[in-house]
Design a binder for this molecule. Structure first.
Ligand SMILES: C[S@@+](CC[C@H](N)C(=O)[O-])C[C@H]1O[C@@H](n2cnc3c(N)ncnc32)[C@H](O)[C@@H]1O
Length: 334
């Protein structure tokens, strides 16, 4: 039987702390940042939420969002013609290929500790943080009453360099997809080094490409949708939900509000750069409509710190189910 996740985390924790104690010259902000990364990798989410820092550059303690309820709605164009959606995805792919070729791990967790120059001493904690994410998924499933349900297959949208993929693959037959060949090459190297035979990796060249992957029991995505313009976010979520088996679940994080954010496709395409990491937001009402239109239902929604806790922006993590007693979604023909 595989060791329980808390045992795995404890083992990794001992390993990380014994082999890589913080050098005494590491002080101040850098030391706090490394502590935050290690703690979030090693502690169950509930303890992280009790005031320790999260792992994605969050400098503030977690707590309820301070976003005012009295905010103006965002002006967001959510649907774009298919040919434009393809251009939008290609644009995002170019940005991430560039990031993958320059600072791949930092592009995944934007902490100084994961810049190439500091990587050697922090690589283990980087990948250990993926195990913590699996523990969070387990806790969410248990909270939703699905702790005993058997899930066998998983797709991870935006698997990056395999930080969470390797953890998911210890539990499910896992397919990781990503737009960036540079990230995928690192992910492939890492899962090979662990000898994880149940991982399949593929480059996502179009939104329709998700349909060719087949159906899954679990769809997982964190720190990914936020980097895609709203029409792509919407189409990706719909495609992921369509790929769920009856009784399957999607667990994903997505920013849903930013004061003053607006999106118009033509205007965006005229101004977007191909090297920057972008942040985008999909209104909650649109998100809930996509879930309902897919014949799925929301089981759990939490505010999260994936974009930092802020008084001007909101990110949510959702657990969505395709009900067990439902016919499969329409055929997945591309
Ligand atoms: C911040 S990283 C997060 C990686 C991984 N989810 C993790 O948490 O370790 C974002 C990743 O998503 C990928 N990505 C961005 N947009 C994508 C899309 N539309 N489809 C698939 N991958 C995407 C990027 O190439 C990058 O590898």
């Amino acid at each position: 039987m595989a060791p329980r996740i808390d045992e795995q985390l404890a083992a990794i924790g001992n390993d990380v702390f014994q082999r890589h104690p913080h050098p005494t010259h590491v002080t101040g902000r850098k030391r706090r940042e490394m502590n935050g990364v290690l703690m979030s990798a090693l502690l169950p989410p509930v303890e992280v939420e009790q005031g320790l820092t999260g792992c994605r550059g969050a400098s503030e303690p977690l707590g309820p969002s301070r976003l005012s309820l009295a905010v103006h709605p965002m002006n967001v164009q959510v649907f774009a013609p298919p040919e434009w959606a393809g251009t939008l995805l290609a644009n995002t792919a170019a940005q991430w290929q560039h990031l993958g070729e320059t600072e791949p791990r930092w592009s995944v967790l934007t902490a100084e500790a994961f810049l190439q120059e500091h990587l050697a001493e922090n690589l283990e904690s980087f990948y250990a943080s993926g195990l913590a994410e699996l523990a969070t998924l387990d806790a969410t499933l248990a909270r939703a009453g699905l702790g005993e349900r058997r899930f066998q297959t998983c797709v991870e949208l935006g698997c990056g360099v395999g930080r969470v993929t390797h953890a998911l693959a210890r539990r499910y037959a896992t397919t990781g997809v990503d737009v960036s060949a540079a990230h995928l090459a690192i992910a492939n190297h890492y899962v090979q080094s662990l000898g994880l035979p149940s991982v399949r990796l593929a480059q996502l060249l179009s939104i329709e490409g998700i349909k060719s992957l087949g159906r899954f029991d679990v769809a997982y995505s964190r720190l990914v949708l936020q980097h895609n313009p709203p029409p792509v976010m919407a189409a990706l979520i719909a495609a992921l939900l369509a790929a769920l088996n009856p009784g399957g679940v999607a667990y994903f994080q997505i920013p849903t509000f930013k004061v003053g954010y607006r999106f118009e496709t033509r205007e965006y395409l005229e101004s977007s750069q191909q090297t920057h990491m972008e942040m985008h937001y999909l209104p909650q009402a649109t998100l809930f409509k996509i879930i309902a239109d897919a014949g799925c239902r929301l089981l759990d929604i939490r505010e999260d710190d994936s974009i930092g806790m802020s008084s001007t922006a909101l990110s949510n993590t959702l657990l969505v189910e395709r009900p067990l007693n439902q016919d499969p979604a329409p055929p997945l023909t591309p």
